[in-house]
Design a protein around this ligand. Structure first.
Ligand code: PHE
Length: 350
């Protein structure tokens, strides 16, 4: 009886494995699995039918059927792997994919030229002992103007075309604005510390301005401030001269001329000899041989008094560099609007 019953299972197993060997796709494999090992599959039916058999038959047929099941499952797995491999191989051959070709390069970003320039400028001043600090872009009128010796209604405010924030305080004033320069950080830094102070402040500034080749309504500046006992104009000149040589080149010559800013006295404007014509005079320097790069001067006694420093004890100098301006001069960029037009042809050059 037992022998009779095991033969059909042996026959089933042989037939199943033969058919499995002929499968050549994932679909064929699935069909095969369903017809033998699926819930209504042949082998499953045999195992189900065991309950109606005698205990003896159950043991022998059951054992044979279980062996067959394991064999079918193992072979299915092997066949699946082989079929998959064959599929990949034929695809490679058919599509002629050359797996040794280099992949597509993924695009990588870079730092914006103003960011690079600002970092370069800060690094130069850091090497001279200046600490880098930052401040708010939305500023109080007090810091942007009053603390810098520019009281309300003073015509000097017209030097900065200002974007006021639509916020009215309890007195009916609108005291908040987008900072027009980084100079408000002078008072903010001095209020918080005692001299000696030596800081540079990189940051974004905003002006209500019509744009053209040399003016933008947003710009980066780097403010510099040094306050201590006995600081003189010679320190200002020496520091800025060294900066110009490091940033623009060892051969650079510099020129200081009087200029007016309400928060410095005396005030100066610094120029470097034109890199394009070496001082001969050309269209880039409007024929003068010089290019202005920053405002500077000795910190006004009223600014020092305003933060509680005694101007008879302490003196200092301050300067403000336009970062885009510096980048334009260094790289020969002819229009400041390139910086904010997001044209990759421009940006990728840096
Ligand atoms: N804050 C001035 C400007 O934006 C530049 C400046 C800074 C001048 C420090 C003198 C001293 O025009």
């Amino acid at each position: 009886m037992a022998g009779d019953a095991s033969n059909p299972i042996e026959e089933l197993k042989t037939r199943a494995l033969e058919e499995l060997g002929a499968t050549d796709s994932a679909e064929a494999l699935e069909e095969w699995r369903v017809s033998y090992l699926g819930r209504r599959g042949e082998l499953t039916q045999v195992l189900r039918g065991l309950s109606s058999r005698s205990p003896d038959e159950r043991r022998t047929i059951g054992a044979a059927a279980n062996d067959a099941k394991t064999a079918l499952e193992e072979n299915l797995e092997l066949r699946e792997r082989a079929v998959k491999e064959a599929e990949v191989n034929s695809q490679l051959a058919g599509d002629a994919i050359d797996v040794t070709l280099p992949g597509w390069p993924s695009p990588s970003g870079g730092l914006h030229p103003t960011t690079r320039t600002a970092r370069e400028l800060c690094a130069i001043f850091a090497s001279m002992g200046f600490q880098v600090v930052e401040g708010p872009e939305v500023e109080w009128e007090h810091y942007n103007f009053d603390s810098l010796n520019i009281p309300r209604h003073h015509p000097a405010r017209d030097m900065w075309d200002t974007l006021w924030i639509d916020y009215t305080d309890e007195n009916g004033d609108r005291p908040m604005l987008l900072r027009t320069h980084t100079s408000p950080m002078q008072a903010r830094v001095m209020e918080k510390r005692e001299p000696p102070v030596r800081v540079v402040v990189p940051g974004k500034c905003y002006r209500y301005e019509a744009t053209d080749a040399t003016h933008e309504w947003q710009l980066f500046q780097i403010e510099g401030l040094a306050v201590d006992k006995g600081i003189t104009f010679a320190d200002l000149k020496g520091t800025l001269y060294e900066f110009a040589r490091q940033f623009f080149g060892q051969e650079r010559r510099v020129r200081f001329r009087c200029d007016y800013f309400p928060f410095v006295e005396p005030g100066a404007e610094m120029a470097i000899d034109c890199f394009a014509c070496a001082g001969e005079g050309c269209p880039i320097c409007s024929g003068t041989g010089w290019i202005e790069i920053m405002g500077a001067g000795m910190v006004h006694p009223k600014v020092l008094e305003g933060v509680g420093y005694d101007p008879s004890v302490y003196t200092g100098f301050a300067f403000g560099i336009g970062v885009e301006r510096a980048a334009m001069l260094k790289h020969g960029i002819e229009d400041i609007r390139h910086f904010y037009s997001n044209d990759l042809r421009f940006l990728r050059q840096f």
